[in-house]
Ligand binder design. Sequence first.
Ligand code: PNS
Length: 168
Amino acid sequence: MERSPQPVSAIYPGSFDPLTNGHLDVISRGARLFERLTVSVLRNAAKEPLFSVDERVAMLREVLSHLPNVEVDCFEGLLVRYATQKNATVIVRGIRAVSDYEYELQMALMNRRLEPAIETVFLMAGEAFSFISSRLVKEVYHLGGDIGALVPPAVELRLRQKTLKPTC
Ligand code: PNS
C-alpha cells in the first residue's frame, strides 16, 4: 500500500457520555499524529444516554478549544460511510487494556470489510487513565465518589448540574 502524500484526516468516534480524561489523552495524541482530527459523537437512538448529543458536543467543543486541528461533530449510521463523507482515511480508537481488544478488533475488522480504504489506528491511553470509563465515572459520581481526577473540570461541572436518575 502506498503512503498518501495528502494530509491525513482522522475520525475519533465514540459515545463520550461523558468525555473522560482517558478520551482527552487519546485526542491529544491523535491531534499530534494527524493533520486533522474529527471527534464525533454517535447519535444512537437505541441507547439512553445521560447527556444528549448536543450536550456532549458542547462539552467536547469547550474542552478541546485549545486544539486547532481538532473539530467536534456528530454522526449516525455507518461509521465508515460517515468517514468517507468527511474524507477521513483513519479511524482512531483508544485501547486501555487487553479487555478492550476483542471488541475493538471485531469493530476494526468489520469496518475494514465494509471499507478497505479506511484504516483503524489504535492509540494506547496513558497508564494513569487505563481504568477510567464513562460508565464507571457516572457510577462513582452517582454514588458520591470523587471524580475530579477522572474528567475535565467542565465535564465535572456539567455532571453536577445534571440530576442523575436513580437506577432502581
Ligand atoms: O465509545 P463507544 O460507545 O465504544 O463507541 C462505539 C462506536 C461509536 C465507535 C461504534 O458503536 C460505531 O462505530 N457505531 C456506528 C455504527 C457502525 O458503523 N457499525 C458497524 C461497524 S462496527
